[in-house]
Design a protein around this ligand. Structure first.
Ligand code: SAM
Length: 360
């Protein structure tokens, strides 16, 4: 799948992808290769002085303002987000939270870590019963269902561009007898709606956007004028702000998991330059090691049910055993590479940010 979607420049890269798909590259080798990519990224984008690094961030944020709100939506959907929910449940756990857990100690499971993170979002966003809640890019509804169950008087609206995700959430609502949930199937960048909300959540979505100014402006229009808050989780690099594009012809990673250039990695301060329509009320950071551990746990869960997953892919996509095996290996590489990125430098390099905004 990955091999078709991309446009590699070097035969060695194509060869590596093929060998990874056929599981001919040991995990330890993939980890080593990923560390090389990460070091290259740091060397590539790091400037010799703080002064120059800041200038780079300012240029980058300025350039985002002249871009479209987002790109590559169809490719992203098909590749990563139109997946069988039964597979996602094996990988991420029952609640299918497709973002980081919060590992408060060594012993907790990934499922517990996901619940702890959902509780942290609600605490930081001051969620209370009776509020209207909007979750943009709601995935399989981990936050939507969490809030709707805890606060029966909250009306919770989720927006996703993935049909399989919407169907999964609707099914869960039936099972849980929830009547306070609405799921809108839409591309958030073109969605128009009159409604306004007390709380808006954006978890793991802004990386898919380009023009943060337009995106935050759109969100601000869905916030009530008084006392409404936007809670946003994003991943960032401590200094570097970049489009996740292939660095050079030897770069096998950028373009393998997501289409080259479709994702943005903001720096720690990047979003603070986009306060045209919303203003920062609070800002927290969390170690990348939470996300690294999440991916390691997802990998273990894949490995514990590998044959079942291949069967799920065969019937969901109508593909051969060989293609299903390749796809399973793609998801393994997805977890391994992300674990290396967020675990790099003990989680102090690529990290997690929580931002709370009010409407201007
Ligand atoms: C990394 S997942 C996070 C999902 C969820 N927030 C969670 O934490 O489990 C990103 C989500 O954003 C959705 N998404 C990406 N681009 C979108 C767009 N343009 N419009 C609506 N949803 C989008 C994907 O379908 C996916 O559900």
């Amino acid at each position: 799948m990955a091999t078709e979607a991309l446009n590699p420049k070097k035969e060695a890269v194509v060869d590596l992808w093929k060998r990874m798909e056929l599981e001919l590259v040991p995990d330890e080798e993939i980890r080593k290769l990923m560390k090389i990519v990460l070091e290259k990224r740091i060397n590539w984008d790091s400037k010799p002085s703080h002064h120059q690094q800041l200038a780079q961030t300012l240029d980058f944020t300025k350039s985002l303002r002249s871009m479209k709100m987002a790109t590559e939506i169809e490719t992203l959907d098909a590749k990563v987000y139109e997946t069988p929910s039964s597979f996602q449940q094996i990988m991420c756990g029952e609640s299918i939270k497709e973002s980081s857990g919060l590992f408060t100690d060594e012993t907790i499971s990934v499922e517990e870590a996901h619940i702890k993170m959902l509780d942290l979002y609600c605490e930081r966003a001051h969620v209370k019963d009776g509020q209207s809640i909007l979750d943009l890019g709601c995935g399989h509804g981990s936050l939507v269902l969490h809030v709707a169950q805890k606060h029966r008087n909250c009306n919770v609206t989720g927006v996703t561009n993935s049909l399989s995700q919407k169907e999964f959430i609707v099914e869960q609502c039936k099972k849980l007898h929830l009547s306070n949930v609405e799921i809108i199937l839409a591309d958030v960048t073109t969605l128009e709606m009159e409604a306004t909300f007390d709380r808006v959540f954006v978890i793991g979505l802004i990386e898919h956007m380009k023009n943060f100014e337009l995106f935050l402006r759109k969100i601000s229009e869905w916030m009530k004028q008084d006392d409404s808050l936007l809670f946003l989780e994003n991943y960032f690099h401590i200094n570097l702000a970049y489009h996740c594009e292939q660095i050079d012809e030897e770069d096998w990673y950028n373009g393998y998991i997501f289409p080259s250039g479709s994702m943005v990695m903001p720096s720690a301060s990047c979003l603070l330059y986009f306060q045209d329509d919303v203003s920062v009320v609070h800002h927290w950071i969390l170690s990348g090691s939470h996300f690294a551990r999440t991916f390691e746990e997802w990998l273990k869960r894949i490995d514990s049910k590998i044959d079942e997953i291949k069967g799920i892919f065969e019937s969901f996509y109508g593909i051969s055993k060989e293609e299903a095996a390749k796809l399973t290996n793609y998801w393994r590489v997805f977890c391994i590479t992300a674990a290396e990125m967020f675990g790099y430098n003990h989680g102090e390099e690529w990290m997690i940010s929580h931002l709370l905004f009010n409407k201007n």
